[in-house]
Design a protein around this ligand. Structure first.
Ligand code: ADP
Ligand code: ZN
Length: 304
């Protein structure tokens, strides 16, 4: 498979509310981009195919495609259901063969991974994780997702890890809240995602003030996540993005809570530097650039 400098790739960021399609070059530069709302799979993929048909007419053939999708997904290449959405409350999408539909349409290599793994991959390659042997990417928005990148690739077990759904110790002033996760109630996502904050305060997050206790509670839960990440995968850095992390006060509070939960046990001095927990570098382009990175990796593997 050619990895010529002028090769072009297709990327699709498949989100629960919107799809972003792009073509880009081998440096992850986006050349053309379009976004549209997510509907049922047939209507949505009609728009995807229209975009790439027009893009190829203008820019020429694409080497490979990558899709960075909402989960849960089957991303195990050795499994019969590889590339399918598994069970989701989104109407029409359960068991949908995301990767298969692209292979059949384009006849080119297609890479697939979760949106958080892909965003982490893009950060490792072109953003705030360049040059690090390991990196964790966390997004705290409508949901809470965690992507673990190890030696340049997302960590893959039987399938992708789901660290957003771990259970954390309840904050003593947050014992009554039931949590909003549809599967577990008060797992980490159920306690710390954007809608969980709004459910407690009844106000939009942009209106929240520094004095609001909710930020201490939020930082405690995120601090627990970071401490657990340090203890389980020992990453070189943790990037935290998404709508909720626009509240920059969280970073300082969270560092203190991570330190609290680790206690004096972990002696690695790097984890106490300010840069260990930081914002991503690619902003809202991480997802689509991640999809391009998946396309490039699929092209270098060469198989469909
Ligand atoms: P998504 O997770 O849907 O891809 P975002 O990462 O932008 O999108 O997250 C959206 C969520 O982030 C909203 O549900 C809201 O609760 C929260 N949010 C949006 N803006 C802010 C803000 N300024 N401060 C804190 N939280 C915010
Ligand atoms: Zn959950």
């Amino acid at each position: 498979m050619s990895s010529a400098k002028n090769a072009l790739f297709g990327g699709i960021e498949a989100g629960g509310t919107k799809f972003v399609c792009a073509i880009g070059d081998a440096d992850g530069r986006v050349i053309l981009e379009s976004r549209f709302s997510t509907r049922d799979p047939v209507a949505t993929f009609r728009d995807v195919f229209d975009f790439f048909r027009a893009a190829r007419a203008e820019h020429g053939e694409l080497e490979a495609y990558g899709i960075a999708s909402f989960g849960p997904l089957n991303i195990n290449p050795r499994s019969a259901g590889y590339g399918r959405v598994t069970s989701t409350p989104k109407p029409g999408w359960s068991d949908f063969d995301l990767r298969g539909v692209l292979v059949r349409e384009f006849g080119k290599p297609v890479g697939i991974d979760t949106d958080v793994n892909a965003a982490g991959l893009a950060e490792a390659r072109w953003g705030n994780g360049v040059g690090l042997p390991s990196l964790v990417y966390v997004t705290v928005g409508t949901g809470l997702g965690v992507g673990i990148i190890y030696q340049g690739q997302p960590l893959l077990g039987l399938t992708h890890p789901e660290m957003g759904h771990i259970h954390v110790r309840r904050h003593p002033r947050d014992l009554q809240f039931a949590g909003v996760c549809p599967f577990h109630g008060d797992c980490l996502e159920g306690l710390a995602c954007g809608p969980a904050i709004v459910a407690r305060t009844g106000r939009s997050l942009a209106e929240a003030s520094d004095a609001d206790e909710i930020w201490e509670i939020e930082a405690d839960y995120l601090g627990q996540l970071c401490a657990q990440l340090v203890s389980t995968v020992s990453p070189h850095r943790i990037l935290l993005g998404g709508g909720v992390m626009q509240q920059e006060r969280l970073f300082g509070l969270m560092r203190a809570r991570m330190r609290h939960w680790l206690g004096s046990y972990n002696v690695q001095p790097e984890i106490h530097e300010d840069g260990f927990l930081r914002a991503p570098g690619l902003g809202n382009q991480a997802g689509v650039k991640g999809a391009l990175a998946l396309a490039m990796d699929a092209a270098s593997r060469g198989s469909q």
